[in-house]
Design a protein around this ligand. Structure first.
Ligand code: ARG
Length: 441
């Protein structure tokens, strides 16, 4: 049972935050006369010594150390003796563990944020440099309409921007001090929680002790947030896995991010991208698993909650790896603009035939039907849509005139989508500018 109950091997990762919380807490109880000046100083010096042991890797974990909180306090007592027994006055491991986790997250989330911003800037830079490259856009994985490669790149840029905005929201909710909630009922001594909060860098103070000791919304939110980032990156990876196959041939991964096969000498596999796609499943598994843990818990702290840290650390490590590798993949990827161009075909401009007629005054539904008849005619004649003669077009509708033969221009086609948000060059440049401005702020 001791082994089953212990969480030290996992939560020792928060040793720094545990000591930080204790140092702030001893100051708070000193202010209300629960420890003397000397006791307070001795506890702080002792906690710093414990920290040095962790830092140097010499902290000796004992079998009786159930978790990081009991371990640090046990060691403090060994180092400074009696005064150590006063540190926990009015505090419980219930408000302590939540404080440690929030402190840990407060440091960890900006690391993820900064990696995501680096990743986003690669999208923006590539989009700028490769703005003239055209490729097929797909719906249902079928060739649909020509688009700019940059427009595809930026589609993921906007997802990342939303991810970063959601991260900011999460960071503000993490920044709430739960210390001072005790085991469940609150703190019976008149400690100043506002000062405690600002000492520890929290923006807010939790409002209800029963809620505070069992509130793991911030963990659930983090797990969901990471799962959504993972989902975006998984879709991105899936696109690139397809585009890097011989059948598409649009992109080539750098050797550093691909591997060979132990059996087939010709193989170059997109392992980096497959792992990014695979790990999104792992993160969502942690998210759904933890929500299952949470949903049946009665009011206030229950030991089920100890499961929270494994999910939190695992998802953090996983996402950090995913984003770093994704950044490496995208910044070293080579594109084959010629292959992308060759993959464009005249039937992808069938909509343009309809728009041509619309511009001549035909209602869209009717124009769509007439364009469909042109497609059918080309099929019947076993020729490409662009091989239809003016006579052929006229046989479908007398609205067609000589200029219909000028629509087989992919650049021109793409640039008609110049309303903001579209794939036209001007619109893509505005997107780049807007994302860049947002990122610079
Ligand atoms: N190791 C515990 C956890 O991670 C700390 C809180 C324990 N509280 C208690 N009342 N047993 O959740």
């Amino acid at each position: 049972m001791e082994k089953f109950n212990a969480s030290i091997q996992c939560d020792k990762r928060m040793w720094r935050e545990d000591l930080q919380g204790s140092k702030a807490y001893v100051k708070a109880i000193h202010k209300v006369g629960l420890v003397t000046e000397e006791e307070c100083q001795s506890i702080i010096t002792g906690l710093d010594k414990v920290g040095e042991e962790w830092e140097c890797g010499v902290f000796d974990i004992k079998d009786s150390d159930e978790d990081i909180h009991t371990a640090n306090e046990r060691r403090l007592k060994e180092l400074i003796g009696g005064a150590a027994s006063k540190l926990h006055t009015g505090r419980s491991r219930n408000d302590q563990v939540s404080t440690d986790m929030r402190l840990w997250m407060k440091n960890a989330l900006p690391v993820l944020g900064s990696e995501l911003r680096k990743f986003l800037s690669v999208f923006i830079n590539r989009a700028k440099q490769e703005i003239d490259v055209l490729m097929p856009g797909y719906t249902h994985l079928q060739r649909a309409q020509p688009i700019r490669w940059s427009h595809w790149l930026l589609s993921y840029g906007w997802m990342l921007k939303r991810d970063l905005e959601r991260l900011q929201g999460l960071q503000s909710r993490v920044s709430s001090l739960t210390l001072g909630s005790g085991a469940l009922a609150g703190n019976p001594f008149p400690i100043d929680r506002k000062t405690l909060a600002s000492d520890l860098g929290f923006m807010d103070v939790s409002g209800n002790s029963l809620d505070a000791v069992s509130d793991r919304d911030f963990v659930a939110e983090f797990l969901f947030w990471a799962s959504l980032v993972g989902t975006h990156l998984s879709r991105w990876a899936e696109d690139l896995i397809l585009y890097s196959s011989k059948e598409f041939g649009f992109v080539t991964l750098a050797d550093a991010y691909s591997t060979g096969s132990s059996l087939m000498p010709q193989k170059k596999n997109a392992d980096s991208l497959e792992l990014i796609r695979g790990k999104s499943g792992r993160m969502f598994g942690q998210c759904s698993g933890f929500l299952m843990t949470l949903k049946g818990i009665p009011s206030t702290y229950n030991k089920d909650l100890q499961e929270d840290k494994e999910s939190m650390f695992d998802v953090y490590d996983t996402l950090l790896g995913v984003v770093k590798v994704a950044t490496g993949v995208l910044s070293t990827l080579k594109i084959d603009a010629e292959r992308m161009r060759q993959a464009l075909s005249p039937e992808m401009l069938a909509t343009d035939i309809a728009y041509y007629l619309v511009r001549k005054g035909t209602p869209f539904r009717e124009a769509h039907g007439l364009s469909g008849m042109c497609v059918a005619l080309a099929e019947k004649n076993q020729c490409s849509l662009s091989d239809l003669t003016l006579k052929d077009f006229k046989s479908v509708s007398d609205q067609f005139t000589e200029d219909i033969l000028c629509i087989w221009d992919y650049e021109k086609s793409v640039d008609q989508y110049n309303v903001y948000g579209g794939t036209g060059k001007g619109s893509v440049m505005s997107q780049i500018e807007n994302l860049q401005t947002w990122l610079n702020q």
